[in-house]
Design a protein around this ligand. Structure first.
Ligand code: SF4
Length: 88
């Protein structure tokens, strides 16, 4: 594995741990299924949970930098993020 890949992987892990380690993140204790559900109602509920989250910006950045991630992250669904990528 090249050094650049190792660094990217390390950065990805640390960023994710920075988010997941936060004991005050709003999704802690929330049913994780609503974050990966196809139901618009579930997705909207998940977005409302995110809207109150202290790490919403970091979480959104994390997902925006990783197009393979699906589900609601940082108060956006995958469809929302696709629109953001398209619109620059
Ligand atoms: S922004 Fe949403 S998905 Fe990200 S940590 Fe907060 S509540 Fe969880």
């Amino acid at each position: 594995m090249r050094l650049q890949n190792v660094c990217q992987e390390y950065d990805m892990t640390t960023n994710l741990l920075t988010i997941l380690d936060r004991q005050d993140r709003s999704c802690l204790g929330t049913d994780p299924e609503v974050f990966v559900s196809d139901s618009l109602g579930d997705q909207n509920y998940a977005k409302l949970v995110c809207a109150e989250c202290p790490v919403v910006a970091a979480c959104l950045n994390y997902a925006l930098e990783r197009p393979s991630i699906v589900g609601v992250w940082g108060a956006t669904s995958y469809q929302d993020r696709r629109r953001m990528w398209r619109n620059g």
